[in-house]
Design a protein. Structure first.
Length: 148
């Protein structure tokens, strides 16, 4: 077959150079929120976020340059399980788990509503640059299912 009509394989640059997990693309606004100017200059844009909780890489680029959780000024979820799951409201896993034990859905609902609103700032409050809704709901449901 003529090579002009075959698709080249996708580059592997969107996979973490340390653990091999597929990265999540992050924009410059996210990087500006979590990295110093010097750190941002170390990565090409777009950069990727490694979502694996067991990997110490937070951001990496297509040249396999990486910044580790220890390089950041503040802890980020899921690299640090005590860091906020919801950057806008500051909710941690423990907060949501406590709400689930009490049967209180108000903060989970607030996070969902905020994520839908124009005032949502997930792209600058979450290291992944994505909304926290899935994480918050997962935590709440897991806590409820454990008999919380």
């Amino acid at each position: 077959m003529n090579k002009a009509f075959t698709r080249e394989p996708d580059a592997s640059s969107d996979y973490c150079p340390r653990c091999g997990t597929q990265g999540e693309t992050v924009g410059i606004e996210t990087l500006q929120s979590f990295l110093s100017d010097e750190q941002r200059r170390m990565l090409s844009v777009p950069a990727n976020f490694c979502p694996s909780p067991s990997c110490d890489v937070v951001y990496f680029d297509s040249f396999e340059r990486a910044l580790l959780a220890a390089d950041l000024a503040k802890p980020v979820y899921p690299k640090d399980p005590n860091a906020p799951l919801c950057g806008c409201l500051g909710l941690t896993w423990d907060d949501i788990e406590a709400d689930a034990i009490k049967g209180d859905r108000s903060r989970v609902k607030a996070a969902i509503e905020l994520a839908k609103s124009p005032s949502a700032r997930c792209h600058v409050t979450m290291a992944s640059g994505h909304a926290c809704v899935g994480l918050v709901q997962k935590c709440f449901l897991q806590s409820m299912n454990r008999g919380g």
